[in-house]
Ligand binder design. Sequence first.
Ligand code: GDP
Ligand code: GDP
Length: 452
Amino acid sequence: MALPIVAIIGRPNVGKSTIANRLTGDKSSIVFDEPGITRDRTYRPAFWNGRDFLVVDTGGLVFDDDTEFLPLIRQQALAALEEAAVAVMVVDGMVGLTEADREIADWLRRHPRPALLAVNKCESIEQGLAMAAEFWELGLGQPFPVSGIHGNGTGDLLDAVVTHFPANAEIPAEPEINVAIVGRPNVGKSSLLNAFLGEQRAIVSPISGTTRDAIDTVVERNGQRYRLVDTAGIRRKKNVEYGPEFFSINRSFKAIDRADVVLLVIDVLDGVTEQDQRLANRIEDDGKACIIVVNKWDAVEKDSDTIYQVERELRSRLYFIDWAEIIFTSALTGQRVPKILDLVDISAEQHRRRVTTAVINEVLEEAVRWHSPPTNRQGKQGKIYYGTQVAAQPPTIALFVNEPKRFNDNYRRYIAAQIRKELGFEGTPVRLLWRGKKTREIERSANRATRV
Ligand code: GDP
Ligand code: GDP
């Protein structure tokens, strides 16, 4: 369940992190991975008046500086603001009103988000009120005099903060997971679909999909809803006479487009065909999570080695989605069918997962320590400044480097492999963007994302 977020905003040195510490009642910086959180930042849990929430300190917001990464910092603050239920702008009562405060307040007022104004460093309560009065002109309503260091005034501020949270009932539940079942005719898609419907003893309602004549089916299990996209495409076949070879790759592509997780169903008796490879390619291109469902496992004569042999063969034909889990099932006997949705849960979670910048940089530092970036003939060496996750679904990590061209494919693959090894991301593709200092290079290298 997503918790309301409070974003702390303000110019550097006004005491944002001191106040954030005060609100969370905790000096240590806890990295908090919460589903539904959309940007990579440090979220810390807090509690007031019976409400749980998260506090995010956005780092210093600067407008009049032309630091190289400034747009990124501002973009981060903006992203924090977008997902926040309420923003707290912090100013420095000792310094008084500054031009930078005015710019930030202007910027805040342009965003439709409740905002409160905390005037920090007001250790003395009487003087505090006088110090705070000056900030009325920022147009953010009543200034709250507080002292991040001593804690006075923060209770009143928190009382005001929680009034801006949505009522408990309005907090959205777990998002639905969109699942596409794709594969050639006769691999067992409709049998699997029926097995899901039978097994889930849950709501089964045909729901109109977004594309014309696509019908989705929604099933629920353990409070998690799965929207099985374009099930009409799967079921229709039962009523309409198509030749056994009929296979609409376009329809499959559209279903993949709408999915978070794709079940790529393969008939173990046929193995991986060229059509399966095309589907797998599309899944990878679209950045979707995927599970390779190897069906009709009951129909195979097996000894103890068969499963490994079959898996090796499948993997070699589908090497470009080597991150996808493989599961051997029988829609006929029901073998491992319930496990498919377990894998869907895991892959969907990894697909929308966010990893903090701190963790990514730990992995990068360790990787570079073991194996340093290549040096060219002129003795110039590649340098990775830092990495940060810039998007999810699929997880996308930007690596800021001196010059992308210093990093050959071998080294890129090495870094990619280390990221996989340390961060997992089971079941989802991962993209790495190699970004240089110059804009030109950003654009060019963005087109050459390393696929992991
Ligand atoms: P940030 O850059 O906005 O996160 O600011 P910090 O929280 O790092 O604080 C900047 C400076 O202001 C530090 O030296 C703090 O000790 C000081 N500071 C923070 N809160 C208070 C306060 O309530 N009163 C006083 N007097 N100083 C404070
Ligand atoms: P679809 O075209 O992909 O939807 O495939 P269907 O679900 O219609 O299945 C095609 C044929 O394969 C049917 O005759 C099914 O009974 C059979 N079939 C489906 N799943 C299995 C399975 O796990 N094992 C075996 N032996 N046959 C299966």
